[in-house]
Design a protein around this ligand. Structure first.
Ligand code: FES
Length: 105
């Protein structure tokens, strides 16, 4: 299934992300700038912050309490902020759009 990553400058990158991979891994594997994923997906870095397109927000499971706590620490949080390492790819998410913040720090 495809993920559309849109960077802060509006550049669009389409990546094929396997079911079972998460959106942080998908971005890192495709060398998409803007998602770092420094902790490898164990929710301790928050450098995988992204904004889930409003049309998709309700199609993914809500953030856990721990994820919410991490999201308090990102630069410019919004109500559609998520950690991309916590979004697992599924067939249903084919075409999901996520936007990348200007900076992860
Ligand atoms: Fe570190 Fe997501 S990769 S919190």
């Amino acid at each position: 299934p495809r993920v559309i990553y849109i960077d802060a400058q509006g550049g669009e990158f389409e990546a094929d992300v396997e079911v079972g991979q998460n959106l942080m891994e998908g971005a890192v594997d495709h060398m998409i700038d803007g998602i770092l994923g420094e902790c490898g997906g164990v929710m301790s870095c928050a450098t995988c912050h992204c904004y889930v397109d409003k049309a998709w927000v309700n199609k993914i499971p809500p953030a856990s309490e721990m994820e919410e706590d991490m999201l308090d620490m990102v630069i410019e949080p919004q109500d559609n902020s998520r950690l991309s390492c916590q979004i697992d790819m599924t067939e249903e998410l084919d075409g999901i759009v996520v936007r990348l913040p200007k900076s992860q720090f």
